[in-house]
Design a protein around this ligand. Structure first.
Ligand code: GUN
Ligand code: ZN
Length: 428
């Protein structure tokens, strides 16, 4: 079936730092979709005749690609806004106790459903997601994602050094990972990521086995945390005293590859940034989380000097908002704190095609180009009285920036998955 939507269209399919013409904007555009795939896009005036027989729906706002959250934890949904601690104490006090509950499949089903609906409400249609150590927590998420037709990548957390009730073994971690890859990878829009929690939560034997699994399964990703928090980095330095830096602790186990996605990367040396670039691995920047846990500010200048591949993540529940727009606004503020600048188009790139590239799905989503899956969001830049006033005479860059700084789920008027409306704000 063919559908056509008329609207203002905007996408940033490549990093504007590398490609000055990366911004694609049609003030009055037409998006033509067949069976969930974009088959044409361009100025309405250019395409209207060609698609004259097709009914056209006009969308009320600025259409951008569905957001891609490159790092988020679904089991932490109910622990957002847990007060008082930096990373290691926050994990012990708030997060590990909450994650133990995901041994119960029915409980996991309930949280997964809420979590994915919340992503859609915020315009996020694809994500790289942490579940828990429990195999059934992965099933719960993938089943719920399949129902919603969302593009979700996830994988059972490996953590044989975790607390009681939240740890596996090298053997059970491997067996469950292999079973889950067979069960889910490539099923519908789902993908698998081998997911050691972080270097401190696994024994050397399990890290080595994660590297072996990654080598045995060239079709899947690797997802973990890297150099997030000062005390965490000190603990890594103590345990891996012969590693040159935190990244090297992963590298010696074969975990630094083009398919590796590392969350945070706040405390990285020039050597580590160079090695990330050389390996093709990428960083999911998580500014909301980094502020909430007092971890620091991402160093855009250093990462860009080494051309490190970048995307953006909310990192719920250390992150405090599901909104990738709001998270993009915080990325701007984090950049400024280190005297770097993040322009709103590059921020949109990070939240869409940049994250999609990290997840190896940039051929499918992130830019609303013909041939891609038709996941998109309708943004209302007048969603609040303040936004309406601030954007009244604003140009495109100012409107986009205002939505990143002042906006959140309130500006998402509608979210489309594979060309079909999956969420609609009641007031639009
Ligand atoms: N490092 C290891 N586990 C976690 C987690 O759950 N959240 C964050 N932000 N960092 C981590
Ligand atoms: Zn995280």
């Amino acid at each position: 079936m063919i559908r056509a939507y008329r609207a203002e269209l905007l996408s940033v399919g490549q990093d504007p730092r590398d490609a000055p013409d990366a911004v694609r904007h049609e003030p009055d555009g037409l998006l033509v979709i067949e069976d969930g795939i974009v088959i044409a896009r361009g100025p309405y005036a250019d395409l209207a005749d060609q698609y004259a027989g097709i009914e056209v729906e006009t969308l009320p706002g600025l259409v951008v690609p569905g957001f891609v959250d490159a790092h988020v934890h679904y089991p932490q949904t109910d622990r957002i806004a847990s007060h008082g601690e930096q990373l290691l104490d926050w994990l012990d006090r708030h997060i590990f106790p909450a994650e133990k509950a995901f041994v119960d499949k029915a409980y996991a089903d309930g949280v997964a459903a809420f979590f994915l609906d919340e992503l859609l409400r915020n315009g996020t249609t694809s994500a790289l997601v942490y579940p828990t150590v429990h195999e059934q927590s992965v099933d719960a998420l993938f089943e719920a994602a399949l129902e919603r037709r969302m593009r979700i990548v996830s994988g059972k957390v490996l953590m044989d050094l975790g607390p009681e009730g939240l740890k596996d073994t090298v053997a059970s971690g491997r067996a469950e990972t292999e079973a889950l890859i067979r069960r889910w990878h490539g099923h519908g829009r789902l993908g698998y990521a081998i997911t050691p929690r972080f270097v401190l939560a696994s024994s050397d034997a399990q890290l080595a086995d994660a590297g072996a699994l990654l080598a045995e399964h060239p079709e899947v990703l690797m997802h973990t945390h890297l150099a997030e928090n000062v005390r965490e980095c000190a603990a890594v330095e103590e345990r891996f005293s012969d590693a040159v830096d935190y990244l090297d602790a992963y590298d010696r186990f074969g975990l630094v590859t083009p398919r590796s996605v590392f969350a945070h990367g706040i405390h990285l040396s020039d050597r580590a940034c160079g090695r990330l670039h050389e390996s093709g691995a990428g960083i999911a920047i998580c500014p909301s989380s980094n502020l909430f846990l007092g971890s620091g500010f991402f160093n855009f200048g250093k990462a860009d000097a080494h051309k490190v591949r970048l995307g953006l993540g909310t990192d719920i529940g250390a992150g405090t908002s599901f909104s990738m727009l709001y998270t993009a606004g915080l990325a701007y503020q984090a950049a400024l704190a280190r005297e770097d600048k993040l322009d709103p188009f590059r921020a949109l790139y990070l939240a869409t095609a940049g994250s999609a590239a990290l997840l190896h799905i940039a051929d499918k989503v992130g830019a609303l180009e013909p041939g891609q899956e038709a996941d998109f969001v309708v943004l209302d830049c007048a969603a609040t009285p303040l936004l309406a006033r601030r954007t009244l005479e604003a140009d495109l860059a100012e409107r986009l920036f205002a939505m990143q700084i002042l906006g959140d789920d309130r500006v998402v008027a509608r979210t489309y998955v594979l060309g079909q409306c999956a969420w609609q704000r009641t007031s639009s």
